[in-house]
Design a protein around this ligand. Structure first.
Ligand code: SAM
Length: 271
């Protein structure tokens, strides 16, 4: 335990979702650094863990990171937790971990819940590759810009979103990616856990029919179909690459990869 920074995942709702190792590390650490000490106390009390805690959040991160590094260098072990889920995943901790790595301190992850993983695991969308994009910006124009930039990604997209913004967000999504399968994972691991599946327009209609939308939301967007990605004729796409200095063979390879086709089929279409 000596001179180690542990990054400990904690439940995102259901208190049973904590690993045996996480509980042991929280019991054995010299200090627990938490986003909100009151929130973490509830978890610690539930498991009968009495340990000194200190706050570590967005507003004191820089100063507190320096103090914590000093304590680690003196030989203490510190467990970092956030209010829920995995620290650093749209939560504080990055500065502390970066500083610890720079100072040669051992950093050990204690993996466990994270809304992004729970949502992906049960959404029913492709999971071979995905892109986690954190929180969406609050304004429509910025959100649509983000969606425009991401619409050609060939992987599942995952966002965190606030319940009071979800209707507007679905409207923006419908404007940019109307055909995509969308999943809303709401209140994961909690009493009112639900998955809503459909297009952005369908999900907006379903949620608008409710009196209000509450709870924590993870939003997932299915990946672009290959046909949606690029409608440039194959030969034109290859020639464009060739004119930028890429060899014909490499151009065929790149176009095949981008369109999810075999090199052989792309080649056939060009002769
Ligand atoms: N570090 C956390 C993690 O690993 O999941 C995420 C922290 S971020 C500040 C909080 C956001 O995560 C929420 O606004 C929501 O978008 C998502 N989230 C957290 N808990 C969730 C849950 N139980 N169900 C669905 N989404 C959740």
């Amino acid at each position: 335990m000596h001179k180690t920074l542990y990054i400990v995942s904690t439940p995102i709702g259901n208190l049973e979702d904590i690993t045996l190792r996480a509980l042991r590390v929280l019991k054995e650490a010299d200090l627990i650094a938490c986003e909100d000490t009151r929130q973490t106390r509830k978890l610690l009390d539930h498991y009968g863990i009495a340990k000194p805690v200190t706050s570590y959040h967005d507003h004191n991160e820089a100063a507190r990171a320096a103090e914590l590094i000093e304590r680690l260098e003196r030989g203490e072990s510190i467990a970092l937790v956030s209010d829920a889920g995995t620290p650093l995943i749209s939560d504080p901790g990055y500065r502390l971990v970066a500083a610890a790595v720079l100072a040669g301190i051992t950093v050990v992850p204690i993996p466990g819940p994270s809304a992004v993983m729970g949502a992906l695991a049960a959404a029913g969308l492709a999971t071979d590759s995905f892109r986690f994009c954190g929180f969406l910006p609050p304004k429509t124009s910025q959100r649509q810009k983000v969606f425009e930039e991401l619409k050609h990604e060939t992987c599942t997209l995952v966002f965190y979103e606030a319940p009071h913004r979800i209707l507007e967000t679905l409207e923006d999504l419908a404007a940019v990616m109307p055909e995509r399968p969308v999943v809303i994972a709401r209140e994961l691991t909690k009493l009112h856990e639900e998955f809503l599946r459909g297009t952005a327009v369908e999900l907006r209609a379903a949620l608008s029919a409710r009196q209000s939308v509450k709870g924590e939301i993870t939003l997932l967007i299915g990946k672009a179909e290959h046909a949606e990605l690029d409608d440039t004729p194959i030969e034109d796409a290859i020639q464009a690459l060739e004119s930028s200095g890429v060899s014909r063979m490499d151009a065929i390879k790149q176009v095949a990869k981008a369109r999810g086709m075999s090199k052989r089929n792309v080649y056939k279409l060009t002769v």
